[in-house]
Structures are given as C-alpha cells and as structure tokens.
Design a protein around this ligand. Structure first.
Ligand SMILES: O=C(O)c1ccc(O)c(O)c1
Ligand SMILES: [Mg+2]
Length: 648
C-alpha cells in the first residue's frame, strides 16, 4: 500500500452565470459594512442594478451628493430610493411646518443625487397624527411639494408606527390623497413580523406600489423595533414566508426593483462583498420560489439518501476513527493507493477516511486532534446539472477528480458550505462502486456487515460568521427546507441548531442538522465545541439488536447516567423491561406525543469533535432527539474527565 500525502486533483473555477433573468435588483446601503464607496463597490460587483441610499451613510460620507451620484453611475448602479424621511406628520402645527422645510432640503439633496423617490415612513412618535382626515391633509401638502419639485414619495407603514402600522391603512391613505406622486412602499418585514396576511397586496393597483423592500427574519419573541433593527436577514435565511409575500406582490402587477433592506448586527461587521453576493443569491432564490424561469438550472432532486460520508481524520487520529467505525460495523474494505483514502463500509453505506494531512479533499489545516466530517455524498443522475445550478447561484464550484478516476474524467461537484463541510455530488457514489475504485486491502475482504439501513442524518457545526451564508446556500442551491430553529441549553453553552431537510427523487428525506459554533470559539482555529458536535447518525430497525451487536464488536457506548432512566420512568409509561434494556445498553429515548418514538445511542467522541450515533425512528417521528442532547454533552464531559483522571 502506498499513501500519497498530496492528492492529484485539479480544481477549476466555473465562470459566473448571470443569465438568470431576474427582475431589477437593488440593495439598501444599510445592508453592507464599510464606507459608502465600499458599499457601492460590493453592490456593483455582486451584480445589483441599483441601490437605496440610506441617509446616515450619505451624511457620514466625505463625498457630496453629486459625487455620490457619479460614483454610483460609474459603477453602473442606479439610485432607486433615498431613505428614510421620518416623522413627517405632527399634531403640533409648528412642528409640521418645520418638517416641510426639512422635506424641501432633502429634495435639494435628491436633485444633486439624481434620485426622485423618497421613502417616508409612518411616525412612531406620540405627536403622530391619529386622525385620518388630518393625516391625509398633511400627506397631501407634502405630495404637492414633491410634485412641484419633480419628486415622488413612497409611504411605508412601520410595524411600530403609532397610528399607521398596517400596509392596508397606508394604502387607504395614499388612495384618499389621490396624488400620483404619492405611492406605497411595501416592506416584507413590517408585514410579516406582524403575522399579517400579504394576500391583500394582490388587489393593490400596480401604479400605487412605488417600491418593494425585502427582508426575512428568524421567528423571535421580542420588541418588533429591536427585531427589525438588529435581526433581519436575507430571504432564505429566516422563517418568514417570503415566497407567499412575493407572489402577492407579483399578482398586483408590480414591475419595479426588488430591493433588499436588511438591518442586521451580523452584516454590519461582515465582509461587504460576501454579504452582497449572498444578497444577490437570495433574490435569485426568491425569484425561483416565485416561479421565475431559472434559466436552465432548475433543481433536480438527488436520486436517494446520503450514501457516503467522508471523514477528514489526518494521520494521527485515523486509527482511532477506524477503531470506532469497526465497533459499529464498518470494516476496512480498501485503501486507495494514490490518495490514501480508506474505505469503510456497512451494507451500502461508505465511510471514507482521509488519513493524510491537509489535502484538497477534506478540510485543509484541520488540527490532528479534530477528526471531522468533511463531505457527504449523494447520488445524482445528472451531476453536471448541479454544477450548472451552483454556477447560476454564483457559488464557486471546484471540480475535483475522484480518486482513481482521474483518467475517466468523472466530475465531483464539491460545494463548500464551510471550511469543514463540502457537499459532494457525483454520479457514482455507492459503497459497492466506491469499492471498485480502491485497491482492496486485504485483497479478499470479508463481506461487509449489514447493521444499518442508511444515513439518518448528518450533524455539522457552522461558525456564527458563516451561519447565514450557509443557510442560504443549503436552501437555494440544494432546495433544502428549514423547520423552526431550536435553542438547546447544555453544559457548555446554548446550542442554536437548525434542521434542514431535502426530499429525494425516491421519496425519502436527506436530513442535516446544523449547529452554530460561536465565532469567539473558533477565532483562533477551526470550529470547536467541548463535548463534540459533528456527527453521522446511522438508521436501524431494531436498535436493541444493533446495540448488542456493537457491544460484541467492542463498542463501549457513551455511558448514560441512571438519573436519566429514573426520569424516563417518571415521564413515560414505558414497560419496565424496556427501560432496563435501554439502561443496560445506554439507549436514549424521545417521544413526540403523537405516537412517534426515537431511540438512539452514541459512540464516545473521537478527538475533540466527531462522534457517531445510531438511531431508530418509529411511527413517523420527525425530530432528532434534541431533548437528549444536553444529556449526551454532559455524559461526554464526564467520560473525558474520568479518562483524563486515568480511570476508564
Ligand atoms: O427602522 C427604521 O427606522 C426603518 C427605516 C426605514 C425603513 O424602510 C424601515 O423598514 C425601517
Ligand atoms: Mg423598510
């Protein structure tokens, strides 16, 4: 056997595909970090057609409005909106008169900026006008001024407006004023954060919708103003039904720009170029959800479940990974002479371990104490369709030749989600087919064991800074669906986790559980979380049988305390012998209250991060045994403490 330390692989960037026929796209400068120039650069480079200039960005810029206009034009960007104009109406007459002066000064500025559309948001002040007739009078006065100056006003109902906080109310007022320079600005956040029904938008006159602002957000229980100003995200990163929203807007006949307005604490310090690229990708995603032509890169379902898991182990930890794998039924089937990749197999599931250091295959620079899942493999009957699709979403794709197949030119679509996960789609990935590609060591291996039916789910860690981008990537390119996220407190922190699912052509479901690793933990290295996080879970029918088989193969499953089983007995009416069996085999249990049951056990963590799980789903259980996750973490910490103290 020869073990190469470098792989003979070729990577080639796929050119960006802009043939995606989107509606005109825009982004508010508030979404992006940096100076106004840097924001414009990022917007232009990502392919946006226009920008909303957010007033504080202009006020703080060294360039005057004429120069900003030139800077935008030089980059091919239109300035579609200037915003916001706050607190226009007032019950205090002097104040309203002063507001009109302020409005005129902004029109002066907009003359220089070459922008004719001003966003006017509803007032949240105690002095807001709460009488519709009087409010109409004031709006009409402002509209007359705008008409004189060749400007238009887009009225937006803020979710926390004192009197106007509902898009229908705003639209009624716009109607009552009846001046064609006054129209509506629809912002998905203000509508969906209130759980309002966007269906009414479909009946609005298309000419009355002057502007469209798009933002998603995670479902949070908090003050709506704080939610809006700190926690918005891009379409495809949160929990709002933006597809339903955009369909209502399209039904109304709106033809103007789709503009992103994302106030986000994360984006304020993220790289502007990356945010802008994600932002454009999010509109591409939304356009597809809304039924736009995906320009020949439509989503093809993968043909079946996850069939291979690639572990980046490195030379030091590879034997430890091998030992644990053998305990749960995966025996060595072959070693690739060129790359040193080792194939382990149970039935049709392949686990491929990279025992070399820092290769293009896996996670370059992974420390020796941190084996980790680097890629998963799914079958596709058309892998190049995935390459095209990734390119259509501006996802850089590296083409990597499979081991031993360089000559046949097989392509692997290797999509980087984070440094530690690449999703690997190839035409040929089943364990049997993998096997043909390896020099077999031993030459005549035992036939593989058959403990498992497949991969139930894969758990991955994603750094806080990569989280939003990874969610968007998994949802857009792969068409994954998200459930509501979940925060699980445990012994080392609160774990934010998000389950994603992907239907396959065979009617099954690929499941990924992403967990957020706080950036401060990985600022000086790769993702780390005490107690481990990255895992592959294998599915079986009879977990007691499998647990016994694993025990006889040498597994010491992660030891679960008696307290846990005493609590199970209190919580559920489970047969006593079942509880005793679970106690004996360290099997954990969950029940969804509708007859669905979940039984699972864990291997100890290998190195800092990686473990394997064996699971059994019954009667349509849909979760992941999340309630037991703190028990696993505490059990793992305890196991280590004992190990370090020299006991075993
Ligand atoms: O938070 C705000 O004040 C604010 C300003 C302008 C907008 O378009 C908006 O949606 C919110
Ligand atoms: Mg808005």
């Amino acid at each position: 056997m020869t073990t190469a330390t470098t792989t003979s692989t070729a990577t080639a960037a796929v050119p960006v595909n802009r043939g995606d026929r989107l509606p005109p796209t825009a982004i508010a400068t508030v979404c992006l970090s940096g100076t106004l120039d840097e924001k414009l650069d990022a917007a232009a480079e990502a392919g946006f057609d226009g920008v909303e200039i957010f007033e504080p960005d202009l006020i703080a810029a060294p360039a005057g409005p004429r120069e900003v206009a030139r800077a935008a034009a030089d980059r091919g960007l239109s300035i579609d909106l200037y915003q916001p104009f706050r607190d226009l109406d007032s019950t205090v007459d002097d104040r309203f008169a002063r507001n009109l002066v302020r409005l005129e000064r902004k029109f002066d500025l907009m003359d220089d900026l070459g922008c004719d559309l001003l966003l006017v948001c509803s007032s949240p002040l105690d002095t807001a006008v709460v009488d519709d007739d009087r409010l109409c009078e004031q709006l009409a006065t402002a509209a007359d001024l705008a008409a004189e100056r060749g400007k238009r006003l887009a009225y937006e109902a803020l979710a926390w407006g004192r009197h106007v906080n509902d898009y229908r109310h705003a639209a009624r007022l716009v109607d009552m004023v009846g001046n064609p320079v006054l129209g509506n600005c629809l912002d998905s956040f203000h509508i969906l954060s209130r759980d309002d029904d966007p269906a009414g938008i479909a009946t609005m006159a298309p000419d009355s919708i002057f502007f469209l602002q798009l933002a998603d957000a995670p479902k949070l229980q908090m003050d709506v103003l704080q939610w809006s100003r700190h926690h918005r995200c891009l379409p495809g990163q949160g929990n709002f039904d933006l597809a339903g929203f955009i369909r209502a807007v399209q039904a109304a006949g709106y033809r103007g720009p789709w503009s992103l307005e994302v106030f986000s604490d994360l984006f304020r310090h993220a790289d502007a170029g990356r945010t802008a690229r994600d932002a454009r990708r999010s509109l591409r995603y939304l356009a597809e959800l809304a039924g736009h032509d995906p320009a020949g890169a439509e989503l093809r379902r993968v043909t079946g479940d996850v069939v291979s898991v690639r572990v980046a182990a490195g030379p030091v930890m590879a034997p430890k990974v091998a030992e644990t794998l053998s305990h749960i039924g995966f025996d060595l089937q072959g070693v690739d002479s060129e790359t040193g990749l080792r194939l382990y197999r149970d039935a049709d599931i392949a686990v491929v371990v990279d025992a070399t250091a820092g290769t293009v295959w896996t996670a370059p620079g992974l420390p020796a104490d941190m084996p980790s899942i680097a890629q998963i493999g799914m079958r596709s009957d058309d892998p190049t369709a995935w390459t095209d699709r990734a390119a259509a979403f501006d996802v850089p794709v590296a083409s990597v030749a499979a081991p031993g197949t360089v000559s046949t030119g097989d392509e692997v679509v290797r999509l980087e989600v984070t440094d530690t996960l690449a999703v690997d789609l190839r035409a040929v990935v089943s364990a049997a087919e993998w096997q043909q590609r390896f020099d077999l060591v031993p030459r005549q291996p035992e036939p593989p064991s058959h403990l498992f039916d497949g991969v139930d789910h894969v758990g991955i860690g994603i750094a806080t800074a990569d989280w939003e981008g990874a969610m968007l990537l998994l949802r857009s390119v792969f068409g994954m669906h998200v459930d509501d996220g979940l925060d699980v407190p445990d012994a080392v922190g609160t774990m934010r986790s998000q389950a994603l699912t992907m239907p396959t052509a065979s009617g099954s479901t690929v499941r990924i559980v992403a967990s957020m690793v706080p950036s401060q933990l990985d600022a000086h290295g790769p993702l780390r979380r005490r107690g481990g996080l990255t895992h592959a879970a294998f599915a079986c029918d009879d977990i007691v049988d499998v647990a016994r088989a694993c025990r006889s193969r040498g597994l010491r499953a992660l030891s679960i305390p008696d307290n846990y089983y005493d609590d199970l007995r209190a919580r559920y009416d489970l047969p006593e012998n079942m509880i005793e069996q679970m106690r004996d085999l360290d099997i954990l249990y969950d029940n969804d209250g509708h007859g669905g049951e979940f039984l699972h056990f864990f291997t100890p963590t290998i190195g800092e991060d990686l473990f394997f799980e064996v699971v059994c789903r019954r009667n349509g259980y849909r979760g992941y045994g999340e309630v037991n996750s703190p028990v696993r973490v505490a059990a793992e910490l305890h196991r280590r403490a004992v190990e370090e103290a020299g006991g075993r």
